[in-house]
Ligand binder design. Structure first.
Ligand code: ZN
Length: 564
């Protein structure tokens, strides 16, 4: 009787990946909108797809950006064979300079515009990257990973999806995408290519979840033309347009309208000037001769000939738009000027944006925004498009990416609706490892994936504890208590001194606190204390209790004890 062949002995790599298996580890973008990053490991080698930043919210004061957690890559820098950048948005490329500080020569693989944007960014960080230029349809071998690139349509030109082939199976990662059927550059999401990969058999499909909750289909960029044109046809004076500095096609539409209505245009803001320079040079932006002029020249033109395109569409306080609203920019706006906010409203920025709209309105400026005109459309596939993709690709397993929990789950539900078995739809969070072995994908563990804060020149030094302190300072202010004590008796040598910041110092209440401290220190056991920390603790607790009772507030309290 023939014996059935023995199944190969299960062995594991040092990092625990099963022999012949592919490990997929999202380090960012799952559970949040931003800092997208996924690590693929096969046979001891690592491939990274995207490395972006997340922008802070109001409860993270002082933070510039938030990075993915690179802890699990420590000691593995030489194993990385490349970083695929699916497109040039900050939440996909913004973390690259920080990653390349660990090993500057990791090849960056991407399309022309993506590489141009990241190279410009790295130049600012004084890094000259190793780049590998790929286009849709290209096949590129990167270590053990065979990469195949697919054209996808998004709110920035030149976006790519990537298929990753290893002996463990075929993975398809969409990056960010939508399915605009009439894009300005004619470059549609290549569903025929998706279908070919589907025919080959996609074992694991990673799909953009950002708009999974939105029913139907994302409308075409082209449908914004009438509303944008209307602004140019009717604005009596200057027009100021704010947009993302990477939204080349939206800006193209603005340029075309400005040109058609005989206006001139200037770009304002560092990132806008830089990116549009790159896009123009590489011919992603087509600018009629004489349309774009220097900002200074524009200032001497009649108001009804002026268009300014600037940054700050998310209400960033230092960007041009905020400063114009606050009257601190050299451009002073007034009655009959028009502001066109041709951009999305990223959750968390609502207060800042509405604040700007109100300030402009008070100045008599007319504000056209997505709330009152069709001047913005999302860059992400809605539910209808996602369902199409599932039906075309018919993947064996699905792993929703890019989104908060609610987006990931909504995307998972769509996958299940198209007939994919629920147990083959893996909804995971940052740091969860998924192993693809013999065509079967399953959760295998968890690595560190905390939020890494960039604060000025420090990276990863600010902790949750620091942020908690900053929030307490915001809410309760700070009180410093200075106590000069007799080193022998631990009694106060002089009256307590209080210094407050952002906290109301009521003399009666603070005198009361001082009295409580005197009483506490007069206890016989106190003279035995020979540890300053313990003495500080005692004084701090006494003052904190008193202030809490008197004010119902808990300021950040610092006690300084000095021996007399
Ligand atoms: Zn994007």
């Amino acid at each position: 009787m023939a014996r059935s062949p023995r199944s190969p002995r299960k062995s594991k790599s040092p990092s625990g990946v099963p022999s012949g298996g592919l490990r997929v580890t999202p380090l960012g973008g799952l559970g949040e909108v931003g800092r997208n990053m996924t690590v693929f490991e096969y046979n001891g080698k690592l491939l990274i797809v995207d490395c972006g930043v997340l922008f802070p919210e109001e409860h993270q004061p002082g933070i510039d950006v938030i990075l993915p957690d690179f802890t699990s890559l420590q000691g593995r820098w030489d194993d990385i064979v490349g970083i695929v950048l699916t497109h040039g948005h900050e939440d996909h490329i913004g973390g690259v300079p920080y990653l390349l500080k660990e090993r500057p020569n990791i090849p960056l693989i991407g399309s022309q515009l993506t590489l141009a944007f990241i190279t410009a960014k790295l130049t600012e960080h004084k890094i000259t990257p190793v780049t590998v230029h790929v286009e849709a349809e290209d096949i590129h071998q990167s270590g053990p990973f065979e990469l195949e690139f697919v054209a996808v349509n998004h709110s920035i030109p030149d976006a790519l999806a990537v298929a990753i082939r290893t002996p463990a199976g075929l993975v398809l990662h969409t990056g960010d995408f939508k399915m605009d059927q009439f894009p300005l550059d004619g470059r549609i999401t290549d569903l025929r290519h998706f279908a070919r990969l589907g025919e080959e058999g996609v074992d694991l499909f990673l799909t953009d979840s950002t708009n999974a909750e939105v029913p139907g289909f994302t409308i075409s960029e082209r449908e914004l033309t009438p509303a944008i044109d209307q602004v140019f046809a009717t604005a009596p004076k200057r027009i100021i347009v704010s947009s993302f500095a990477s939204h080349v096609h939206r800006i193209q539409q603005v340029l075309d309208s400005a040109h058609a209505h005989g206006r001139k245009v200037a770009f304002v803001g560092r990132s806008m000037v830089k990116n549009m320079g790159i896009a123009r040079e590489l011919e992603y932006l087509k600018i009629p001769r004489g349309l774009v002029v220097d900002f200074k020249k524009l200032q001497s033109m009649p108001d009804n000939k002026v268009t300014l395109i600037c940054t700050g569409s998310q209400g960033e306080p230092l960007a041009a738009l905020s400063r114009m609203a606050n009257g601190t920019h050299q451009i002073r706006l007034g009655a009959d000027d028009t502001v066109l906010m041709a951009s999305s409203l990223i959750p968390g920025n609502e207060n800042a944006i509405y604040g700007i709209i109100n300030k402009f309105t008070d100045l008599g400026v007319k504000v056209v925004h997505k709330g009152n005109a069709k001047v913005h459309v999302s860059g992400h596939a809605s539910a209808g498009e996602l369902v199409y993709c599932y039906n075309i690709v018919q993947p064996t397993h699905v792993m929703p990416v890019h989104g908060e929990s609610k987006h990931l789950h909504a995307n998972a539900e769509l996958a299940v609706k198209t007939g994919i078995a629920p147990e083959r739809v893996l909804v995971v969070k940052d740091g969860t490892t998924v192993d693809l072995v013999n065509g079967k994908a399953a959760v295998s563990g968890q690595v560190e994936a905390g939020l890494v804060y960039v604060d000025g020149h420090t990276v990863g030094k600010v902790t949750e504890e620091t942020l908690k302190e900053r929030t307490s300072l915001q809410e309760g202010g700070a009180v410093t208590v200075v106590a000069l004590v007799d080193a022998d008796t631990n009694q106060l040598a002089e009256p307590l001194e209080f210094v407050t910041k952002g906290f109301i110092q009521d003399k009666v209440i603070f005198d009361g606190a001082a009295k409580k401290v005197s009483i506490a220190l007069s206890k016989p056991s106190v003279s035995e204390i020979d540890d300053l920390d313990q003495l500080e603790q005692l004084i701090g607790d006494t003052v904190a209790r008193h202030l809490d009772r008197a004010y119902r507030r808990a300021p950040v309290l610092t006690v300084v004890v000095i021996d007399s």
